[in-house]
Design a protein around this ligand. Structure first.
Ligand code: BTN
Length: 324
């Protein structure tokens, strides 16, 4: 953590009370002049910091920046989070894959303010403008065989949906395999990737994109599906920091449940958040189309579709549309 982020973290802990320059310089083992320089840097970033000669500094308020020290502060749970925040990158999934291949531990997280080459499912792009949304990738190293890795997609969808419901009280629903919808419009998507040998998963990357403060004009014209954001649903901007902290806590809790109880506990929660069960749907397999009724999820996350002749087909990838 940089000195600047450490100072910010000390301010946050003080909850708006004064912190003397001496206390900061002793805690961080840096000079008073260096403290002043870091405080100036924070001001340049938009933090409002009051300085009083006899009392020191105090934080009055700040912008909705995503800083590792703020995200990590007092997160409880079992995963040892190691958070990296980037102002701009191509794709957080790509960055995290590089770190994972170098052997970094489970719990590494990359958050970006903007992505220039954000990736969506099926080779699509993920619109990632600066300063408004959440783009993050999370590294897990579960001790599971490769065929179970798709289960983690459902874990990330349930954790993201539950964090959104808790933080924003929005009626979020899941759509197989990896979309989150509000009122039928897409508000978040998951792009999970893995690395494995024949018997063993090396790592799974949970790539999560959530439209938080995106305005209607920021969505591209050529979107395949109608999309929305928390801002568009609620009419006011939300704090990204509050949400990302909640998301990590939900991932942590659900991952523990998954490791202790298995996929069935995740599947039950996913099914509770889904409107697809017993629905007539059309699946675009690209190429090919299947019509049928959704009868559930398989152990590996495949969608179980009952066709007109009564046969059950397992759908592993495709776009599902409910037929009214
Ligand atoms: C989809 O619904 O098509 C999946 C979208 C996933 C987007 C996220 S944003 C963070 C991470 N980095 C990427 O490049 N993609 C995922």
């Amino acid at each position: 953590m940089t000195s600047r982020d450490q100072i910010l973290s000390l301010f946050r802990r003080k909850g708006g009370e004064f912190l003397s320059g001496q206390e900061i310089s002793q805690t961080l083992n840096i000079s008073r002049a260096a403290v002043w320089k870091q405080v100036e840097q924070l001001r340049d970033l938009g933090f409002e910091i009051e300085a009083r000669r006899s009392q020191g500094y105090r934080l009055l308020n700040g912008p909705d920046l995503l800083l590792a020290s703020d995200i990590k502060m007092e997160l409880d749970g079992t995963i040892d989070w190691s958070v990296h925040c980037l102002t701009e990158t191509g794709s957080t999934n790509q960055d995290l894959r590089q770190l994972a291949e170098q052997g970094v531990a489970e719990g590494a997280v990359i958050v970006a303010d903007r992505q220039s080459a954000g990736r969506g499912r099926l080779g699509r792009r993920w619109e990632s403008p600066a300063g408004v949304n959440l783009y993050c990738s999370i590294l897990l190293r579960p001790n599971i065989p490769p065929q179970q890795a798709p289960q983690l997609t459902f874990l990330s969808a349930v954790a993201t949906a539950e964090a959104m419901i808790e933080t924003f009280q929005l009626p979020v629903r899941v759509k197989w395999p990896n979309d989150l919808l509000v009122g039928g419009n897409k508000i978040a998507g998951m792009l999970n990737e893995m690395s494995a040998e024949s018997e063993q998963v090396h790592f799974v990357l949970l790539g999560i994109g959530v439209n938080l403060n995106m305005t209607a004009e920021q969505f591209p014209d050529d979107l395949r599906y109608p999309a929305t954001s928390v801002l568009l649903e609620q009419g006011q901007p939300v704090e990204r920091l509050v949400f990302v902290r909640s998301l990590l806590q939900h991932i942590d809790a659900l991952y523990r449940i998954y490791l202790e109880e298995g996929f069935w506990a995740i599947r039950r929660r996913w099914e509770g958040l889904s409107d697809l069960l017993d629905c007539s749907v059309q699946v675009d397999l690209n190429p090919g189309i299947r019509d049928g009724t959704v009868v559930g999820l398989d152990e590996d996350g495949a969608l179980r579709l009952q066709l007109k002749d009564g046969q059950i087909e397992r759908i592993l990838a495709g776009d599902v549309r409910v037929i009214k």
